[in-house]
Design a protein around this ligand. Structure first.
Ligand code: HEC
Length: 308
């Protein structure tokens, strides 16, 4: 492809490229929250607010063959780059966890971690960056000044375009846009129609994608109360049960001769087998063995063992 062809390609397909990225990101995000059952954190919500409208804004721009489409998309995608970039840095410990993120699910929680670094905010950051890059280039491809500067493009371009810039941008936009919209609607309908799993957690745990930390922080575990209803992770904070800060060390000395792992396992499935000094038997929820799968209990124990 000659350089000219790249710019002409962007005039024809720039909006569609952005639409494809936005649709993929939206469906992926809906999959994580609606099918995998991950509860979105506050910063995740801001990113969703910025990404979801782009599916419709780009679609309308394409159907209307509007060469000013980048001007509508860029404010969303640039702020999106900022928010998701900030989120990635929080997850990597560069910024401390902001106060807005302490309500509900913590923003530093990693629901997925493919290859040790691919997290949901990193995927969002990639999508926002791609959309921004495509739209900046498309904006350039439509600018008359740009074509004036590059007179040498013109001869080459004249075969493809009658004027320096296309009068009708985004070729195939309308049919492609309608097809994509249909795909989206069908996928959403499929999400809606798929039977809600009895215990949404069992789905995520069986795929191994939910961490013990995520389970620990769930508000409810099926019909059972979540752990954070009674246990804080702050040292010394007693809600109903003891704080879990330092539990990995405590667990080694609670019952002589019992390993930390065995003790924690027992503390979850059979809380009254050993009652912590100063607390009362029978207060901790007694039926986690039924409410949780074995993998989920193992994941919880593994998480507690990290709290040294
Ligand atoms: C209704 C309140 C309540 C809920 C919900 C609850 N716990 Fe407890 N937990 C307690 C109390 C009270 C104790 C202390 C008494 C005892 O040892 O049974 C305790 C003790 C523990 C201990 C032993 C702590 C130590 O210092 O040795 C562990 C481990 C534990 N809970 C884990 C969990 C986990 C994991 C969950 C969630 C799956 C959970 N708890 C849910 C109230 C609760």
């Amino acid at each position: 492809m000659t350089k000219t062809k790249v710019w002409l390609f962007l005039q024809d397909y720039g909006g569609i490229l952005a639409l494809v990225v936005a649709v993929t990101a939206t469906l992926g995000s809906l999959y994580f929250s609606e099918v995998a059952g991950f509860v979105p954190c506050t910063l995740c919500w801001y990113q969703r607010i910025l990404m979801y409208p782009l599916t419709f804004i780009t679609l309308v721009g394409i159907i209307k063959q509007d060469e000013f489409l980048p001007a509508y998309v860029l404010p969303f995608s640039l702020i999106g780059v900022g928010v998701s970039g900030y989120h990635v840095l929080i997850q990597n410990g560069v910024f401390s966890h902001p106060a807005t993120c302490t309500v509900g699910v913590p923003c530093s929680l990693r629901y997925i971690n493919y290859l040790g670094f691919i997290t949901i905010p990193l995927l969002a950051f990639t999508a926002f960056t791609l959309i921004t890059a495509v739209m900046l280039a498309t904006r350039r491809a439509f600018s008359h000044e740009f074509w004036d500067e590059h007179d040498d493009f013109e001869n080459d371009a004249s075969e493809h375009a009658t004027s320096q810039t296309r009068t009708v941008p985004y070729k195939w936009g309308a049919p492609l846009g309608v097809v994509l919209l249909l795909v989206m609607l069908v996928t959403l309908a499929a999400f809606g129609a798929s039977e809600a799993p009895e215990n949404p957690l069992s789905v995520t745990a069986s795929t191994g994608s939910v961490s013990g930390e995520a389970l620990f922080r769930q508000i409810t575990l099926g019909d059972a109360p979540g752990c954070t209803a009674c246990h804080s992770l702050e040292p010394g904070t007693v809600i109903v049960g003891p704080s879990m800060a330092g539990i990995a060390d405590q667990a080694t000395v609670r019952v002589p001769g019992q390993s930390a792992e065995a003790y924690l396992q027992q503390a979850i499935v059979n809380p009254d087998a050993h009652v912590v000094d100063g607390f009362t038997a029978g207060v901790m929820y007694q039926n986690y063995e039924e409410a949780l799968t074995k993998e989920q209990i193992d994941a919880l124990v593994a998480f507690l063992l990290t709290l040294e």
